[in-house]
Design a protein around this ligand. Structure first.
Ligand code: SF4
Length: 316
């Protein structure tokens, strides 16, 4: 498999608004499906078309590194009456009565010019994407998600359409240069294998009252996200069991890294992530439709400590 990513970033942000702008069209796109790979997919409560699900170990690493502010849960609408639980007026997909969820990366609005565009637009963009180079700030680090390193191999192995092909169809160019996959990726977790490893199950549906409504409305609080990260960190692969010790550890770490408001995070390896996300949302609201240059990322992200990216010339 070989891909041409320069000037694209189609799998790192939501470029659907560009399609709607130019064609009035909508495209069905989904990377993180329930159980990752089931043929008939459930509909998520959120509207992120290429959510990046993390494993339990990855969630723990983000917590250890003070990067919990980068993470958010994904829940789904139940497909059938008897597979879900009712919370806040939503029938939420569940396993054995336990609401099921992924944990993945947040997408604040950033001014980006993806899929070969020359002018930037405000688009929901992975917290770790450098909007100036369209490169990943955590590539080749311990935080880089398996899901990203394997993309689009998973889709090719499952014979699903790739984001590369959607970009080619919508914007032209050649993105997927070689589609041969020699081996099925090791991290491909399907169905029950995903439980406790990538698909987490909340042991107490009552604790999610209010959270599910906020999740569907796109206004989760730091405490909401901390609750889900703690359960993910406390999960056990292949079972519905959770560890009280890891739950408490995860919740404490998450809350320490996710301070609402503008003060810095309260732990030693305090992250640029939370303050940068808040600042992107503030700028997007204040911009009133105007789109600034992607260069403002220097003040919003790198000045706060975000790792720089090398640019494409350096990779040639
Ligand atoms: S972590 Fe990096 S590669 Fe993965 S979606 Fe975010 S920017 Fe893209």
């Amino acid at each position: 498999m070989e891909v041409n990513c320069e000037g694209c970033a189609g799998c790192c942000l939501d470029w659907k608004p560009l399609l709607e702008e130019t064609e009035g069209g909508t495209a069905r796109r989904a990377r993180g499906s329930f159980g990752d790979g089931e043929a008939d997919r459930r509909v998520p409560l959120d509207d992120d078309p290429n959510f990046v699900p993390l494993t339990r170990e990855e969630v723990r690493t983000f917590l250890e590194r003070g990067q919990a502010a980068a993470l958010t849960p994904r829940f789904w609408h139940a497909r059938e009456e008897n597979e879900g639980v009712e919370i806040d007026g939503y029938r939420v997909a569940a396993v054995a009565g336990r609401p099921a969820f992924f944990v993945g990366l947040r997408k604040p609005p950033k001014p980006v010019a993806p899929v070969g565009r020359s002018e930037p637009s405000w688009l929901p963009t992975c917290v770790f994407l450098d909007p100036t180079t369209l490169q990943c700030r955590i590539h080749d680090t311990e935080l880089y998600p398996d899901e990203c390193s394997a993309y689009p191999t998973h889709n090719l192995a499952l014979e699903h359409e790739t984001e590369c092909e959607r970009v080619e169809a919508a914007a032209g160019g050649e993105r997927l240069l070689d589609r041969d996959v020699e081996h099925e990726p090791e991290s491909l977790l399907l169905g029950v294998q995903a439980i406790g490893e990538k698909l987490f199950c909340h042991p107490d549906p009552d604790a999610l009252e209010g959270l599910i409504r906020r999740c569907a409305n796109g206004d989760l609080t730091a405490a909401d996200r901390a609750e889900c990260l703690a359960v993910a960190a406390a999960s056990s692969p292949g079972t519905l069991a959770t560890s009280d010790h890891h739950y408490e550890w995860g919740r404490e770490r998450a809350l320490a890294a996710m301070v609402d408001g503008d003060e810095p995070a309260r732990n030693d390896d305090s992250s640029w992530v939370g303050p940068a996300i808040r600042e992107w949302h503030r700028r997007r609201t204040a911009a009133d439709g105007a789109v600034p240059s992607a260069d403002i990322a220097a003040a919003i992200e790198t000045a706060r400590g975000a790792p720089e990216t090398p640019g494409w010339d350096a990779l040639e």
